[in-house]
Ligand binder design. Sequence first.
Ligand code: COA
Length: 152
Amino acid sequence: MTEGISQQEQLDTVLSTLNLPPALQIRYWREDDMPAINYLLELQGWPLYPNPEKVWRHSCPTLVAEKDTRVVGYVRGLTDESVIMHIADLIVDANYRGLGIGRLLIETCHLLYPTTIVNLIAEKPAIPFYEAIGFEQLPECFVKKPLQRNNI
Ligand SMILES: CC(C)(COP(=O)(O)OP(=O)(O)OC[C@H]1O[C@@H](n2cnc3c(N)ncnc32)[C@H](O)[C@@H]1OP(=O)(O)O)[C@@H](O)C(=O)NCCC(=O)NCCS
């Protein structure tokens, strides 16, 4: 993020370089988006976090895609702003898939922090999507499971 420019100005600059479909808005997450975010999570069959607002407040960039005032997708990233960005969550409403929204959400995150290398753990069905948008699959990825239950 460039110093001296507000987060919103930086996002507006990035979005002005992208071709957004009609009536689609990409904006920063707000706490009142949480029900819509949880709804998309539930539809996808993914578990809800115990304290999702806290998780989202500690994440960056946190963007939603809104079509005709309805949240139809979101991305939650984690970044040090210069070297690495991890995509923790990405979902597009099943009724709005194939319209380029997933690509736009990832592209927006990367353009906000263009010097970062972007990584993620993909769900198997999403692998062709990540390949289509320029990700390379590496075999050397390691994960370590949590040490205790998350009661935040
Ligand atoms: C994965 C997901 C986010 C993709 O979002 P989307 O908005 O439908 O994707 P886009 O329309 O931006 O697609 C971008 C490109 O990926 C391709 N693509 C998307 N899904 C694909 C699939 N399942 N198989 C093959 N290609 C796919 C598109 O054809 C498009 O390629 P093109 O630009 O060359 O035409 C969406 O399917 C989703 O929410 N899935 C369920 C949740 C999930 O798996 N999230 C990722 C967890 S790691």
